[in-house]
Design a protein. Structure first.
Lengths: 297, 315
């Protein structure tokens, strides 16, 4: 008699676990994804510390001589202007998170909205219009478009963000559209239609929540793309306007490396590399964990 | 004949796309681009001089007339003269485009070929250490910024080893070509390889999991036969799509960065200079021709599908 309840307790998770829980379980078991997540969280803590004013606030001041080597006062040495490289690298972490989060959020929202509309009304004028717009934006080479837009909105600190969102949302929209076309044929959507719900209500309440896994994976990919593009745009003089970023540090280091001073270059590119790497590992694990084709556990 | 009508129909179908690309870029140029009037004038210009320069640049015409003129230029492939140097746009393009192609082609071909080879090796040994090692390198390669790779390769090959020039493009024969093209090629292969390998591996793994491949293996067909006849041929469609669609991106975006960093006078550098100086005729030509190239690639892509897979019909 006493064996029965324990058996039931043992069985319960296997039956009652939701897809989200199963995905989380798979993700937690993925060592590389967890390493990636740990890296991302570490950088996020650094960024939070900059926001809170704990460190990185002194990035602009000339705190020492030019090109000092690493020392206890300046852990990573100083730049050509005698600025502390560690402070600058830490402050740039905040810049990177600001850009990545804003661009990832905005392009996910735009992509979800347009992708859902175009998928739900597939074959209608709305769908054609969205497909035309995404096709057009994809036909313009990325750096040309970003450079043109960033230059057009020059002086506007948001120019780079706007340019990135304008190009990155199309991939999200295309993926969401494909998923919505599949979803809208399922019974629960048909039922919602049958009881007379407004199409926008159906999209908002019943369809979009089911595309969340796509949006999540795509947001991590866009985050990485945004950070990497920032570096190149800042180097071209079209990126971060005020403050400091890894791209600006690498740009200013190009004159230093020819003179044999590598600290600025090494510091900025290592921080960039480690964060992007962490995000890539996490995005890979997330993609595997959320893949509906994977069964078990 | 069938092919010809198909191509023509597709070209007409590509018109909305070309209109969209040109319209968006034209709005950006006209409404936000820099005004060149005062750069071309002497000091203390009179009102007539200002008006003359503005009409010479076409600034006095209404928007739709100017956009219409642009479309006419695109249809006749005649974009007039550069605002900055007065050189014919056609001659600028015929000077810079071959340089960019010569600069990018080796890296593009090598990056894709190596990507396919590494993807094949990884997919064949799926789950074993060699697969994990290749995929590990791919993630590392994907995580390094193009800019960092360029600077690091310049330091290593140009400054430390001193084997290759760091800047410029002084090409007059094949050995000087190799001399200047090596470092940019290494950099672009390095950057593309991570993404390419992952993509090709994913495609090939999917193909290798199919029943007919398992059957062929069970019958004892050798790896080369299986890979060539059963796997690669079926995987060709996604591979072709990826390679074809990366062409316009590589030509413009890739050359823009490499050329502005290495100081090479190709079309990417010319475009970037045109953006910063507001040289509208050059920008109009590059954007318009890229859109046309994109539509052409869409068509060639479909025709290649047909050549690779007879089941695909050109409708």
């Amino acid at each position: 008699m006493s064996a029965l309840p324990t058996d039931l307790i043992g069985l319960e998770p296997a039956i009652g676990r939701s897809p989200v829980r199963r995905a989380a379980g798979r993700l937690l078991a993925d060592r590389w994804a967890m390493l990636g997540l740990a890296i991302v969280l570490l950088f996020f803590v650094i960024a939070l510390g900059v926001w809170a004013g704990l460190w990185g606030g002194n990035w602009m001041a000339s705190a020492g001589q030019r090109w000092e080597g690493p020392s206890t006062r300046h852990w990573l040495g100083t730049t050509i202007l005698g600025q502390d490289i560690l402070e600058r690298v830490l402050f740039s972490t905040r810049t990177a998170f600001e850009i990545g989060l804003i661009v990832a959020l905005a392009s996910s929202m735009l992509g979800a909205l347009f992708g859902a509309l175009s998928g739900y009304f597939a074959g209608t004028l709305i769908d054609s219009a969205v497909l035309w717009l995404t096709g057009v934006l994809d036909a313009i080479p990325f750096y040309l478009f970003v450079a043109a837009l960033a230059f057009a909105l020059k002086g506007n600190p948001w120019a780079m963000h706007i340019a990135m969102v304008a190009t990155f949302w199309t991939t999200t929209a295309r993926l969401v559209r494909g998923e919505v076309i599949k979803l809208k044929e399922l019974e629960f959507v048909e039922a919602a239609r049958a009881i007379g719900l407004h199409p926008l209500t159906i999209i908002h309440r019943h369809i979009l929540p089911n595309t969340f896994h796509i949006l999540l994976v795509q947001a991590t990919i866009v985050f990485v793309a945004a950070i990497k593009s920032e570096v190149i745009l800042s180097f071209l003089g079209l990126g971060v306007q005020d403050g400091v970023s890894w791209g600006l540090m690498i740009a200013e280091s190009t004159t230093e490396v020819t003179a044999g001073h590598y600290m600025n270059f090494v510091a900025a590119s290592s921080f960039l590399f480690v964060l992007v790497m962490g995000f890539n590992l996490f995005a890979d694990g997330l993609q595997d964990a959320l893949d509906p084709k994977r069964s078990g556990r | 004949m069938d092919l010809l009508t198909y191509t023509l129909r597709k070209l007409i179908g590509g018109i909305p796309l070309i209109l969209g690309v040109t319209l968006i870029s034209f709005v950006l140029m006209v409404h936000f681009g820099p005004d060149k009037t005062y750069e071309l004038l002497s000091k203390n210009p009179t009102a007539e001089e200002i008006a003359q320069v503005r009409s010479q640049l076409g600034y006095d015409q209404p928007f739709w007339v100017r956009y219409g003129n642009y479309l006419g230029q695109l249809a006749s492939f005649d974009f007039g003269y550069s605002d900055s140097t007065g050189e014919r746009v056609a001659s600028i393009l015929s000077r810079t485009v071959p340089i960019s192609l010569a600069l990018l082609a080796p890296g593009f071909v090598l990056g894709n070929l190596l990507g396919i080879v590494l993807g094949l090796v990884a997919a064949w040994h799926r789950g074993r250490w060699i697969d994990k090692a290749i995929m590990g390198f791919a993630v590392v390669g994907m995580s390094i910024s193009f800019l960092v790779v360029i600077i690091a390769f310049q330091i290593v090959f140009g400054v430390w080893l001193g084997w290759f020039p760091v800047r410029g493009w002084n090409v007059h024969d094949f050995s000087s070509y190799l001399h200047y093209v090596t470092v940019p090629t290494l950099a672009s292969v390095f950057v593309a390889l991570g993404y390419n390998t992952r993509f090709f591996r994913a495609v090939l793994v999917e193909e290798m999991g199919r029943d007919h491949v398992r059957t062929a293996r069970a019958y004892g067909a050798g790896p080369v036969t299986i890979l060539y006849r059963n796997v690669l041929r079926n995987a060709l469609i996604p591979i072709i799509t990826r390679i074809m669609f990366s062409i316009p991106l590589v030509v413009i975006s890739g050359s823009l960065l490499i050329e502005s960093y290495f100081g090479i006078p190709g079309v990417g550098k010319a475009t970037f200079d045109a953006i910063t100086s507001g040289d509208q005729p050059i920008l109009k030509s590059v954007v318009g021709l890229t859109a046309v190239l994109f539509v052409l690639i869409l068509i060639v892509n479909d025709i290649l599908y047909r050549a690779v897979d007879p089941r695909v019909s050109l409708k």
